[in-house]
Design a protein around this ligand. Structure first.
Ligand SMILES: Cc1cc2nc3c(=O)[nH]c(=O)nc-3n(C[C@H](O)[C@H](O)[C@H](O)COP(=O)(O)OP(=O)(O)OC[C@H]3O[C@@H](n4cnc5c(N)ncnc54)[C@H](O)[C@@H]3O)c2cc1C
Length: 512
């Protein structure tokens, strides 16, 4: 039953990249009573979270949802574990901290696909607003936001050989910032969300901890949301389970689902929002027949290409630090680049305990398919909120995706074959003499960037409108990676922060 203790103006589900920004912005006005519900625990005092090299140790722990896919036909029937953060900060507390906004064409394409007002020029001010960029202020960077961003601080990572080799192979090779005017065809040092003390900057450290003492903000951890309560087409409350007990909390203004691209569609489905036939299969009352919920799942695939190195360099603290965005699909200049190539000149320390012994120094290229054609889905397996959903990204289902990665192997071989790279290249270890397609199918894996499962749009498969409102239900929005109509060209977190910032502004405007 509703009482003042369990009634809030706004309830946000999920304290990840987007959720923490929204909680911060909505609670900035002391008149707004805000509740943030997070299934995972506190992030403070956990050295593996704050240490920038520690996140690999968090995989498989209580801080990780460890979501397993169905066997992936395109990946030699392997089941892939998609790690996802289950802790304050969400995946920003366990991720690799690379900060890539995506290509301007990603957002212009969203706009064309029906996400009105999400073009690059529309979203740029929100990227800048959240950002405290360590280098100079510019037309493309903000320096007064909460989120510390810096160019790769890991000295052993910087690879002049890679930067010069890419230049020799025909790319620009200026001292480049890919988060500015042009993203592609110019090798750069990656940027990271890391603070000035070289600790992880997560959505929790940047947006939540500094405002935890606001009396109008309540944060409940260990609260696993099972569904949104819908009454006569209006979202009125949320049911969550904590320590085995079920609690109902009410929202007088709005509920925002920010549980990430694999969990947000699950919560909507459990709330009776989704394809009616699928809901009925699980005896769930249909509140809105929205066939797009859980569909359009897109993820980035990574493929390691490894060379034996002639140089014994110190291990790197971070996973990677040098990057080049390229186009493997010729004649597609209106589309964003489809391939991200990361380069690490030696063994990344976080991976040393889990990679095989290569019997000497190595260097690693990572080809990342950032514009996959293959799409998949998230579906319920049961009406039990604690049951795992069926997650099928359909990795490499489309032949064009295999072709793009095959082309990426050729691009890497061209870069590695330059004079500038001679010092590092003592022979290709992988794929080496292996069949390239078999290597791709047996060695590719997720880059942990699921997106697109509650997409913005105006077509029949859209789940939210351009103001992130769920079609057919009042007072309910989705704001996280799931609203992306297409996944961006580059690691997804920056865009999730931006989505949080925009969502908060829209919510405040619409409730003014
Ligand atoms: C291992 C790893 C490495 C990555 N590396 C990078 C990188 O280097 N750069 C980059 O840009 N991106 C990276 N990413 C991806 C990036 O972190 C995500 O795209 C981003 O955090 C997604 O933001 P979000 O708000 O959609 O969801 P999340 O940040 O995942 O937040 C969702 C939150 O909702 C909570 N939640 C889920 N279900 C429920 C429920 N039922 N009830 C209550 N709470 C719930 C979760 O516990 C979580 O806290 C990485 C991700 C991982 C996992």
């Amino acid at each position: 039953m509703a009482n003042s203790k369990n009634t809030f103006d706004y309830i946000i589900i999920g304290a990840g990249a987007s959720g923490c920004v929204i909680a911060n912005r909505l609670s900035a006005n002391s008149k707004n009573k805000v509740l943030l519900l997070e299934a995972g625990g506190d992030d403070t005092g956990n050295q593996d979270i704050s240490d920038i090299g520690g996140f690999v140790r968090l995989w498989g722990t209580e801080n990780d949802w460890q979501i397993k896919t169905t066997p992936q036909q395109g990946l030699s029937e392997r089941e892939i574990v998609i790690n996802q953060g289950k802790v304050l900060g969400g995946s920003t507390s366990i991720n690799a901290m690379m900060y890539v906004r995506g290509n301007r064409k990603n957002f212009d394409m969203w706009n064309t696909l029906g996400a009105d007002g999400w073009s690059y020029n529309d979203v740029l001010p929100y990227f800048k607003k959240i950002e405290k960029y360590g280098q100079a202020d510019s037309e493309y960077h903000g320096t007064t936001g909460e989120l510390n961003i810096m160019e790769c601080p890991d000295e052993p990572m910087r690879s002049e050989e890679f930067l010069n080799a890419a230049k020799e192979a025909g790319y620009k090779g200026s001292s480049h910032d890919y988060n500015s005017e042009v993203q592609e065809d110019d090798p750069s040092l990656l940027q990271f969300h890391i603070d000035k003390n070289l600790n992880r900057e997560s959505s929790a450290t940047a947006f939540l901890h500094p405002v935890m003492d606001r009396s109008n903000l309540t944060v409940i951890t260990g609260a696993h949301v099972s569904k949104v309560v819908i009454e006569n087409g209006t979202a009125t409350g949320v049911v969550y389970i904590k320590d085995g007990l079920e609690t109902v909390v009410c929202a007088s203004a709005e509920i925002v689902v920010s549980a990430g691209a694999l969990a947000s569609p699950k919560i909507l489905l459990l709330s009776g929002i989704g394809l009616a036939e699928h809901l009925r299969e699980h005896s769930i009352t249909v509140n809105a027949d929205l066939p797009g919920v859980g569909q359009n799942l897109q993820d980035h695939i990574q493929l390691p290409i490894i060379f034996r190195s002639t140089l014994t360099l110190p291990n790197t603290t971070l996973l990677t630090g040098n990057v080049l965005f390229v186009r493997t699909r010729k004649g597609s200049e209106v589309a964003p680049p489809d391939m991200q190539i990361n380069f690490t000149p030696s063994m990344p320390a976080p991976l040393a305990p889990i990679l095989p012994d290569f019997g000497g120094p190595i260097c690693i290229f990572l080809a990342i398919l950032v514009q996959p054609f293959s799409t998949g889905y998230v579906k319920l397996t049961s009406a039990d909120p604690m049951a795992n959903a069926e997650v099928n990204p359909n990795y490499l289902h489309q032949k064009a995706d295999i072709k793009a990665l095959t082309e990426a192997v050729q691009i890497v071989r061209k870069i590695a074959g330059t004079k500038a790279f001679e010092k590092l290249n003592a022979g290709e270890l992988a794929p080496g003499s292996a069949n390239v397609e078999e290597f791709i199918r047996s060695q590719s894996s997720t880059l942990w960037h699921p997106a697109g499962t509650c997409k913005i749009g105006q077509d029949a498969m859209a789940v939210v409108d351009s103001r992130l409102r769920v079609y057919g239900i009042k007072n309910l929005r989705v704001a996280d990676a799931s609203v992306m109509p297409t996944v961006t060209t580059g690691n997804t977190v920056a865009t999730c922060f931006m989505i949080g910032e925009r969502a908060a502004e829209m919510i405040l405007q619409d409730n003014a």
